[in-house]
Design a protein around this ligand. Structure first.
Ligand code: F6R
Ligand code: MG
Ligand code: MG
Length: 382
């Protein structure tokens, strides 16, 4: 068998009511389009879900990353969902489709994408992370803990296959540059860059064990920068391969028990504590948030997704899956409570920093206009 590609492409193309959740019919419309994509042999399998107001298309195929047909399929699914959203005047209909015509790749056109190609191991567990109301660099803290911190991932110390460490591709999302650094030798340099969550984000992580290869990929399409004006936060996704020489699923999930502050809540302009929850619980209900993080798990088997559904269902079962929903259970209640306590505390600041982002990072701001209006009344200090 050749290589398998896993693509997760997402977009907010409208929701009900306000920026809350896509209409269920929009998800059905996407499923129909992707089912045709399976019939036309563009993709092998898929799973359609949503987190908050974003539609998430998980697709498996053998066409590699950035494949025109796969991206066009996703684009068409979003277009069809947009038609429904527009017809019923749903909120923000088509908001992430920044262009009228597809140009070969969804990158730079609004949707976010994370894709990885690999040789399937004997068993291939994958965790899909999907966030709402935040930006790609939100993943930098948990990913550095997962792949660099032996106090999180004991495997770095006691699994021989992990002792070589990992390579990190880091993107300067503002300057459009990229650099690859190697851990553990360059841990401090990596942290010096990615601790600036405004400018830098982790794009990819590889195992230095060549037999394993790609370990993680994050969508880093800075939507606000792409569009040149505010059109909604990125609400990024990430794909992480697990086990057998890579961090265990448990090591991958553990850092999310710390609800760190992430940027992008309410008008893309506030800090809130990341809230791990089930997909069903991902509808924003407090100040358009709090910023959510969901994690679902699938096995990959010969290019097909395997969840907890009956895989013997045959052809009709393609696209019909039941993933493991990792943040659903009661274990995460304590983090959710802590997250809400922190988010309410941050809200206590109202429009003041650090409840809000700094002026250069705010996605809605009237501050330059206010300053323009007042400039003549500003007197030099004596
Ligand atoms: C959108 C989002 C929201 C909006 C806010 C204002 O995903 O995060 O917080 O920024 O609801 O939206 P408008 O300007 O559309 O009323
Ligand atoms: Mg929205
Ligand atoms: Mg969203």
């Amino acid at each position: 068998m050749g290589k398998t590609t896993v693509s997760l492409i997402k977009a907010d193309v409208g929701s009900v009511a306000g920026h809350s959740m896509p209409h269920p019919t929009m998800l059905d419309v996407c499923k129909k389009v992707l089912k045709e994509g399976v019939s036309n042999k563009i993709i092998k399998d898929f799973y359609v879900t949503r987190v908050g107001d974003d539609i998430q298309l998980i697709m498996t195929h053998d066409k590699g990353e950035n494949n025109k047909d796969v991206h066009k399929l996703a684009w068409n699914a979003f277009l069809k969902a947009t038609e429904f959203a527009k017809k019923y005047h749903l909120y923000g209909a088509g908001q992430d489709l920044l262009s009228d015509a597809f140009s070969g790749n969804v990158r730079g056109m609004g949707p976010g994408s994370a894709e990885m190609e690999f040789e399937e191991r004997k068993s291939e567990p994958i965790v899909f992370f999907m966030a709402d109301k935040t930006e790609p660099s939100a993943y930098s803290l948990p990913l550095s803990r997962i792949f660099m911190d032996p106090f999180t991932t004991t495997g770095l110390v006691i699994d021989e296959r992990m002792q070589k460490g990992f390579r990190f591709e880091i993107q300067d999302v503002i300057g459009h540059k990229t650099i690859t650094l190697s851990a553990p030798e360059e841990t401090y340099e990596i942290l010096a860059l990615i601790s600036d969550t405004y400018r830098y984000a982790i794009k990819r992580i590889w195992s230095k064990d060549e037999k394993i290869g790609i370990a993680a990929v994050v969508s880093t399409d800075k939507l606000n920068v792409t569009a040149g004006k505010y059109v909604g936060k990125d609400d990024p996704v990430a794909i992480v391969r697990a086990q057998s020489g890579l961090p265990a699923v448990g090591e991958i999930l553990q850092p999310f028990a710390f609800p760190h502050l992430v940027a992008g809540w309410m008008r893309g302009s506030h800090y809130g504590a990341w809230y791990p929850c089930s997909v069903a619980d991902s509808t924003p209900t407090y100040f358009d948030g709090p910023p959510r993080i969901c994690a679902i798990g699938f096995q990959i088997c010969d290019g097909m997704l395997i969840g907890t559904e009956d895989p013997e269902k045959g052809e009709s079962g393609v696209g019909e899956h039941i993933p493991v929903d990792y943040f659903e259970g009661s274990v995460w209640d304590v983090t959710r409570r802590e997250s809400m306590r922190i988010s309410r505390y941050m809200r206590g600041h109202g429009p003041f920093m650090p409840g809000t982002l700094g002026p250069e990072e705010m996605e809605y701001t009237t501050k330059p206009e206010v300053l323009k209006k007042l400039i003549n009344r500003m007197k030099a200090l004596e």
